[in-house]
Design a protein. Structure first.
Length: 667
């Protein structure tokens, strides 16, 4: 949230902190460092401690998609016969708004990966807008850094979030943000549409002004331009539909990641439903808004036609006609998204079918391996006096798997709640200080803001001015809160409640973890005991179907126990146990033949949840297609009539457009 707030205010993303002083370092083009906690004004942050320990990777790939650069990259629409743009139309075109960051996100999202770009080490490698890395609770790979794998290096890369966090040599947690995700988060398309709508209006006003100068041909083009505006909106609708496909694709990837990690890849399992919701709800709303704007552009054509009819008395309104609105691209894109949704749903269904096949194979392998173990223990008999030890091993392995999953889940909960407690504790300390010293701090802040105002007015260096403006914004926000004691007290009270809730949750999670670790320890001891009890059973009787003893079996690694005439079963039982549970005698292998079926069952359950979301995506995609198709088949009515009007002057319209661009859109 702090990064998004920074980007919203400064229209760029922060540079990494390279020397761990908590401040961003933009020189040298470094892409990977530490989260600049002081630059982001994280409450209670101390450089190099807690949140300052987070690794931070930011895309500074250069060119049009260096996300730390603040420039005037985007221009609103403005057309005429000569291809004039807002850049040439306006002498003061230096408005820096969120639309400029949106432009960089759009360009970055379209760029192909090249060496040197910030990346996620996946197969294939993918670019990333930014990424944060939490080091986990210890130095898992023992290299002297809390961060593991490529996360610890200076390379412009982080590990793939799907990398299993439970491996012995890796326990980092990675959160990545793609270009498309940030573009959607900042509602870039809606923002750009709002400014473009004003730009389209300026064109109509300009054309009407031409009309007043008896330029009837230019006024006719105003009618045609409204159709162009409708076409532009249709293209934007196409882009939105394709963005929906991308967001839906993100959701599909994350559901698959969640499934593959048995639900323990926290980032993927948490983000999957969010992406799915965004892909269905936000996209539907934006498409609906664009459909409305298509109708508004047709209305603009009617207005321009009315102005033309009134300006030229020789041309009756009945002789004029509105242009057709071409929505074919939007309709085709919506149809493509629907088709993609159906294909993706079928792909997931196919995966489920394959997993079910894998499950059947795994179950068969498990059954065969279990039967082999029974056969090795019984030799050629029907039963033995140690048959019960076989089932004891089976039960112990299953219990170990259950307790191991409980420990992993409890550990993650402890980490998350501890972070929350620390954050709220820092927030409470800050609010306590503000309440106790409110009057003094108000006077101090007013003086600091006055000093900053003077410095901002005096400086001509853009970088210095930007830094001073950021400081002023932060101090103004703090002053606003200090001037409202009721809100300040309310925020303090909320922080106390949230910390209490987080602490209670942490206490419960810690108790759960202790209990889970104890249960896992007992389960592991029970497994080892059951395993050894069967493998080193010593001498036992082998019985026939009638219960008569037909032989004496002997399984032991010790000498002097087995006697002449005994049937030695140790090597056979040992081989069967290793085949069934893995080579370790300490704990069973989760991918061994005995536990693999239950692992696949969890994957199938996760894929089934993914299939449900894919079905929703297909339903929504069809609804979007039906809406656009209906709009294309039933365009808004166009009846050119009207009475005399006094058009707005082009200068007034241009000033409105400049203001809207400077303010970053209509709100």
């Amino acid at each position: 949230m702090a990064i998004l707030t920074f980007a919203t205010v400064l229209k760029r993303l922060p540079c990494p902190d390279t020397n761990r002083d908590g401040l961003e370092d933009c020189g040298g083009g470094t892409q990977k460092g530490w989260l600049p906690s002081l630059t982001l004004s994280l409450a209670g942050a101390d450089a190099g401690v807690d949140v300052g320990q987070l690794r931070y990777l930011i895309q500074r790939g250069g060119g049009a998609f260096d996300l730390t650069v603040l420039d005037d990259a985007w221009r609103p629409l403005e057309y005429d016969d000569t291809g004039k743009t807002f850049a040439s139309m306006s002498a003061s075109n230096g408005a820096l708004t969120l639309a400029d960051l949106c432009q960089r996100l759009n360009e970055g999202g379209k760029a192909s990966y090249t060496a040197g770009m910030a990346e996620v080490r996946s197969t294939p490698v993918r670019t990333v807008a930014y990424a944060l890395v939490h080091p986990g609770i210890n130095d898992a790979d023992g290299d002297g850094s809390l961060f593991d794998g490529v996360n610890a290096s200076a390379d412009s890369a982080v590990e793939d979030p799907i990398r299993r966090p439970l491996l012995a040599s890796y326990n980092d947690i990675v959160l990545e943000k793609s270009f498309a995700n940030l573009y959607s988060t900042f509602h870039c398309q809606t923002l750009i549409d709002s400014i473009n709508t004003v730009a389209l209006g300026l064109d109509v006003v300009q054309q009407v002004e031409d009309l007043r100068q008896d330029n009837i041909d230019s006024a006719k083009r105003a009618v045609a331009f409204a159709a162009l505006g409708a076409g532009i909106t249709a293209i934007e609708t196409t882009s939105t539909a394709m963005e929906a496909g991308s967001d839906g694709g993100n959701a599909a990837a994350e559901w698959a990641t969640c499934a593959a990690s048995l639900g323990l890849a926290v980032n993927a399992c948490a983000a999957a439903p969010q992406h799915t919701t965004t892909a269905t709800v936000l996209t539907a709303g934006v498409i609906a808004a664009n459909v409305v704007s298509i109708g508004l552009n047709v209305t603009a054509a009617v207005m321009a036609g009315n102005a033309l009819a009134l300006a030229d008395s020789s041309k009756p309104a009945s002789s004029l006609s509105c242009p057709a609105v071409d929505m074919s691209q939007a309709v085709n894109a919506a149809k493509a998204e629907w088709d993609t949704a159906k294909t993706d749903k079928q792909t997931i269904s196919t995966k489920i079918t394959q997993k079910q096949t894998d499950l059947a194979i795994a179950n068969t392998a498990k059954t065969n391996a279990m039967n082999t173990l029974w056969a090795q223990v019984r030799s050629f008999g029907s039963t033995t006096t140690i048959d019960n030890r076989i089932q004891t091993v089976f039960d112990a392995a299953s219990n170990w798997q259950t307790q191991s999953s409980s420990v992993s889940a409890a550990s993650l909960r402890v980490t998350n709640y501890q972070t929350a407690v620390t954050s709220w504790d820092n927030q409470i300390t800050s609010y306590t200080n503000k309440i106790a010293n409110r009057t003094t701090m108000i006077t101090q802040l007013q003086g600091e803001i006055a000093t900053l105002d003077a410095q901002i007015a005096a400086t001509t260096n853009p970088s210095t001015k930007e830094s001073l403006q950021k400081q002023r914004l932060e101090k103004t926000s703090e002053l606003t809160l200090l001037n409202d004691p009721a809100t300040l007290q309310s925020e303090y009270n909320k922080a106390v409640v949230e910390k209490t809730n987080a602490q209670n949750n942490l206490n419960t999670a810690q108790s759960d973890l202790i209990a889970a670790q104890s249960s896992l320890g007992s389960a592991q001891t029970s497994y080892q005991s059951a395993y050894n009890s069967l493998l080193n059973a010593g001498r036992y009787s082998i019985l026939n179907a009638s219960g008569a003893v037909i032989a004496t079996g002997c399984s032991t690694s010790s000498s002097g126990i087995c006697q002449a005439g005994d049937t030695s079963t140790y090597s056979g039982i040992n081989a069967a146990l290793r085949d069934l549970f893995g080579t370790s005698t300490t704990s069973p292998d989760p991918d061994g033949k005995y536990l693999l079926p239950s692992k696949i069952e969890k994957e199938i359950a996760a894929l089934q949840a993914q299939l449900d979301k894919a079905s929703d995506r297909e339903t929504n995609a069809k609804s979007q297609y039906d809406t656009l198709k209906a709009q294309a088949d039933n365009p808004p009515p166009c009846n050119i009539t009207g009475s005399g009007v006094t058009p707005m002057s082009p200068n007034a319209a241009e000033n409105i457009l400049k203001t809207v661009d400077q303010k970053g859109g209509t709100r």
